[in-house]
Design a protein around this ligand. Structure first.
Ligand SMILES: C[C@@]1(CC(=O)O)c2cc3[nH]c(cc4nc(cc5[nH]c(cc(n2)[C@H]1CCC(=O)O)[C@@](C)(CC(=O)O)[C@@H]5CCC(=O)O)C(CC(=O)O)=C4CCC(=O)O)c(CCC(=O)O)c3CC(=O)O
Ligand SMILES: NC(=O)C1=CN([C@@H]2O[C@H](COP(=O)(O)OP(=O)(O)OC[C@H]3O[C@@H](n4cnc5c(N)ncnc54)[C@H](O)[C@@H]3O)[C@@H](O)[C@H]2O)C=CC1
Length: 203
């Protein structure tokens, strides 16, 4: 079976400097994906034309900076991540060469072969966050799975997480003992799934 070789990580965008090149519809999609997840993300947008909807969107995020002009190479200075979202594929290819030389991770919207990383579909329920990727095969399927998971994961999952955090803090004993207690108190979460499976198998 084909395998998804991507390695998911969860970035702290408030501690990184992101450059978004392009401020149109695709730029708006990418910046809202970042800010919905990391409202304090440090983002600079550079583009000669900024979509009014993007300008409106970032009024809630005073740390986001806009530079209204075409991309210049020095825009890459002190950047950790770059997202390219202009309507100029040649420019994307040129910038990608430089980011590679400078070892800055780069996502080129809608151009998988130029990406060092992909954006995922994200389920958010309080502190719980699930990132979904289809290995670039079908972003629409990723979106649908997000909607499905969002629907079935209860909103009060946060209470459960908060309780587990308290239990985690209160357990005495060594590391092994901690793992044993936490496995025990969460066992019912998987037992339920197993019993559904058994019922299905018996049916
Ligand atoms: C490889 C990747 C690279 C990247 O951009 O990071 C990529 C590539 C491409 N997207 C394309 C199109 C669409 N992308 C979306 C939506 C999303 N795309 C996202 C990620 C990714 N898109 C990365 C792989 C993720 C994975 O591994 O699954 C999501 C998950 C995250 C985000 O962008 O925030 C976000 C859903 C967020 C959500 O709602 O949960 C929709 C649907 C819609 O908007 O409703 C469409 C139209 C329908 C369709 O084509 O499916 C095209 C064709 C462009 C063209 O036709 O010209 C390419 C290029 C190609 O495939 O070659
Ligand atoms: N809008 C969409 O949902 C989709 C768009 N695409 C493609 O993606 C590309 C981008 O789409 P949109 O965001 O809708 O286009 P757009 O026209 O709304 O935005 C393009 C942005 O790139 C900026 N730009 C152009 N040259 C630049 C430069 N030298 N430096 C910095 N910024 C520069 C423009 O100022 C503008 O902000 C297009 O090629 C489009 O065909 C593909 C699939 C879907």
């Amino acid at each position: 079976m084909a395998q998804n070789d991507l390695f998911p990580i969860f970035l702290k965008l408030n501690t990184l400097d992101v450059l978004l090149v392009g401020g149109g519809n695709v730029g708006l999609e990418k910046i809202s994906a970042m800010l919905q997840n990391s409202p304090e993300a440090q983002i600079t947008v550079v583009a000669p034309m900024i979509l009014p909807a993007l300008r409106d969107y970032i009024t809630n995020y005073p740390q986001v900076q806009i530079i209204e002009r075409g991309f210049e190479i020095h825009d890459l200075n002190n950047k950790d991540l770059v997202i390219l979202a202009t309507d100029n594929p040649e420019l994307h290819a040129e910038i990608k060469v430089i980011t590679k030389q400078r070892r800055i991770l780069c996502n080129v919207a809608d151009t998988p072969h130029l990406c060092d990383f992909y954006l995922g579909s994200i389920v958010q329920k309080g502190d719980l966050k699930i990132a979904i990727s289809t290995n670039g095969k079908s972003p629409t399927m990723a979106k649908r799975i997000r909607e499905f998971l969002d629907d079935i994961i209860p909103d009060n999952i946060q209470n459960l997480l908060d309780n587990l955090r308290e239990i985690r803090k209160s357990i005495q004993g060594d590391f092994q003992e901690k793992i044993r207690v936490l496995n025990e108190v969460t066992a019912s979460m998987v037992e339920k799934k197993n019993s559904v499976r058994e019922n299905q198998n018996n049916a």
